[in-house]
Write a protein of this length. Structure first.
Length: 75
């Protein structure tokens, strides 16, 4: 997942979105994959879908800061 974060930092959000979808098919409860997919969706202006992924990440891991922060930034 580190490589995907580097890709997202470089601005390749569509690639990041594809890789995060593949990661979610392997592990549907992956907080990192849900957060990255939400960030990629946010950057390609699909905020409704991004918020739903961030909320799912918050539901699965309420102790993780990243999902709360990303939800607030998107709103």
């Amino acid at each position: 997942m580190r490589r995907v974060r580097v890709i997202s930092l470089c601005g390749f959000y569509v690639v990041c979105l594809c890789v995060s979808v593949q990661a979610l098919t392997l592990d549907a409860r992956s907080i990192e994959a849900l957060s990255l997919k939400g960030l990629a969706l946010m950057e390609v202006k699909k905020t409704t879908e991004a918020i739903s992924h961030f909320r799912e990440a918050v539901r699965l891991a309420p102790y993780r800061y990243e999902a709360y922060h990303s939800t607030c930034v998107t709103l």
